[in-house]
Design a protein around this ligand. Structure first.
Ligand SMILES: C[S@@+](CC[C@H](N)C(=O)[O-])C[C@H]1O[C@@H](n2cnc3c(N)ncnc32)[C@H](O)[C@@H]1O
Length: 233
């Protein structure tokens, strides 16, 4: 199979449909999603709007790419690589009704929807099980975690209900070999990680925080096991 080596930024500049991105996302997409080029990935994108980003994924990843696009309002047409699902990402019922049979179905999930903190959290919690092992969860425009009383709810610096603060708990889950009290083991008076994260995110390898983007690598937890190579005498 021919692998498409065209730069995502060049693809963006030549899209037929409208697409809305921040400039620094392109390098990050290539860093975290580049390994799916030529691998016919199944993608779930929340917030497809005019269809430009789905067109971009199809052109970037190549033949066999398929996008399930969720949006609260229909603003583009379905194509041979795009299936539309109209619904509210903040609704638990929407996820249960439409995706409950799709366990480990997607290689990549991208949340570019409402950017509202409760919706981002609901989406992550409902969608994480839909990602294959070795897949990627991507949430963008997370600067709305810092919006205070503007456009979104539960934002504001250090608001524990913002998506960014919620995601920071995952760092403690990843470190639970060394901080068992954070995940509820043993006596501890301090704040603990929400139990739902402890159960959901045992299957997580890493989390990456960037300006406005949070990326989670799915996969069995990396083994914490020390090995020492002794110098030959
Ligand atoms: C930033 S735009 C998506 C841009 C598109 N991905 C692109 O790159 O061109 C956000 C989209 O999310 C949709 N949206 C807003 N609230 C939503 C919700 N609660 N559930 C699902 N989609 C929502 C909007 O209708 C809009 O089309």
């Amino acid at each position: 199979m021919t692998i498409n080596r065209m730069k995502l930024r060049d693809i963006f500049d030549n899209l037929e449909l409208s697409c809305d991105k921040f400039e620094h996302y392109f390098g990050l997409y290539e860093r975290h999603l580049g390994r799916f080029v030529g691998k016919s990935p199944m993608i779930l994108e929340i917030g497809v709007q005019f269809g430009g980003s789905a067109e971009m994924w199809n052109k970037y990843f190549g033949k066999g790419t398929f996008v399930y696009g969720v949006d609260i309002s229909p603003q583009c047409n379905e194509t041979n690589y795009l299936k539309l699902l109209i619904g509210d990402q903040g609704s638990q019922e929407f996820w249960m009704e439409n995706f409950s049979g799709m366990y480990k179905y997607f290689d990549i999930i991208i949340d570019d929807g409402s950017h509202n903190n409760p919706d981002q959290i609901t989406t992550l919690l409902n969608c994480y099980n839909l990602i294959k092992d070795d897949g990627v969860y991507w949430c963008e425009d997370t600067h709305t975690s810092y919006y205070f009383n503007v456009r979104v709810s539960d934002g504001g610096c250090k608001n524990k209900d913002s998506f960014t603060e919620f995601a920071k708990n995952i760092v403690d889950v990843l470190s639970s070999n060394h901080a068992k009290e954070a995940i509820g083991v043993g006596p501890f008076d301090g704040p603990r990680v929400p139990p739902i994260l402890v159960s959901q995110f045992d299957n997580i390898q890493g989390i990456h925080f960037y300006d406005s983007v949070i990326v989670i690598d799915k996969g069995p937890r990396l083994k914490f096991s020390r090995i020492i190579h002794k110098k030959k005498v």
